[in-house]
Design a protein around this ligand. Structure first.
Ligand code: NAP
Length: 316
């Protein structure tokens, strides 16, 4: 049986460890739990890899220099499948804690002795007119997915963090010009990626906030307003790429787990949530740094801590 066949076979009625999410945190947790001999089910919403799989180039994953995010995640996914982990496609809708925890999903119920939540975070929306209407028709949250549609076209990139500057660098291979729109004059992105601000094809538009995305069939322009409301500019762009941070995917657990005001899951230092036997790892929890290597490391530790929990409960 190859890895794919192994991972497609029927999941156990009750898993030892149920992992929700198949990004770097969830997949690494699955790797560690399966290698500890546990029956592991992973609930994945879309494809494996999470946000990391939409990153065109990862420069800071130890030992794997300059790797495409989708390739890195595909390798990890394949590695995990080799250990007989069961993958179930679906979305978590709710958690019912108990002696056995039950997760309500779009595809039915899944039960497990321990649960590791690794649902990550999704790109935050700007919430301005035109954003929703023109999504997929010039408005994008993923340079890797959509950049190639804009060969020779002027684009706007919104945001001042690492994602905005790194993805702008990728988009330069297609775009005729990039307006980098940020609401402050200082950029929060790491200094090592700020070289893009001096690129001759980049016009830095600060401190400006996007107000409206214009277009009927496709994007035809972006209205931006200077901080303080002194001036507005209409940028002549065919695409608007939005990278203004992340929203944790924790809605399904809001009723049961302690979340912080921004919606991130609050955990102890060993990744225990407010419910015994339920752990959280990666971008969905309150942590200091949103990095692929951090998420992977947290997934590994969460699996080790979950194993200790199962041993204490004499789950064989
Ligand atoms: P981020 O660091 O939170 O930056 C979001 C940017 O969007 C900020 O510059 C923010 O402005 C701006 N923004 C937020 N809401 C806005 C609004 N309503 N209108 C206009 N601008 C708005 O988010 P991120 O870049 O997606 O990164 C998320 C996390 O992943 C970070 O911890 C980051 O370091 C990490 N990351 C790391 C790497 C790497 O190490 N290679 C790569 C990508 C991401 P202000 O600055 O004014 O708040």
């Amino acid at each position: 049986m190859d890895n794919l066949e192994k991972s497609k076979s029927t999941p156990p009625a009750v898993a030892d460890v149920l992992i929700i999410g198949a990004g770097p945190a969830g997949l690494t947790a699955a790797l560690y739990a399966a290698r500890a001999g546990r029956k592991v089910t992973v609930l994945e919403q879309l494809g494996p890899g999470g946000q990391a799989a939409t990153t065109w180039r990862v420069d800071n994953y130890p030992g794997v220099p300059q790797v495409n995010g989708a390739d890195l995640m595909a390798r990890l996914h394949d590695q995990v499948r080799g250990f007989g982990v069961h993958f179930v496609s679906g979305q978590a809708l709710g958690l019912e804690p108990g002696e056995l925890h039950t997760v309500r999903t779009t595809e039915g119920f899944l039960s497990a002795h321990a649960v590791i939540i690794a649902t990550g975070a999704t790109p935050r929306r700007l919430g301005i007119p035109g954003e929703l209407e023109l999504r997929g028709r010039g408005v994008s949250y993923c340079a890797t997915c959509d950049g190639a549609f804009f060969k020779g076209q002027p684009l706007a990139v919104i945001g001042g963090g690492n994602t905005a500057l790194e993805e702008a660098e990728f988009l330069l291979r297609f775009a005729s010009k990039i307006y980098l729109v940020h609401r402050r004059t200082e950029f929060r992105a790491d200094r090592c990626v700020q070289g893009i601000l001096q690129h001759p094809q980049v016009e830095v538009v600060t401190p400006y906030t996007p107000r409206e995305i214009h277009g009927s069939e496709t994007v035809s322009g972006l209205l931006v307003e200077e901080r303080g409301g002194q001036a507005c500019r209409e940028l002549d762009v065919k695409g608007v790429f939005i990278f203004v941070g992340l929203t944790p995917q924790t809605e399904a657990f809001r009723e049961v787990l302690t979340l912080d005001p921004a919606g991130y899951i609050v955990t102890t230092t060993d990744f225990a949530t407010s419910v015994p036997g339920v752990f959280a790892a990666g971008d969905c929890r309150v942590n200091y740094s949103k990095q692929i290597v951090v998420a992977a490391g947290e997934g590994a530790v969460a699996a080790v801590v979950a194993e200790r929990y199962l041993e204490k409960k004499h789950v064989k």
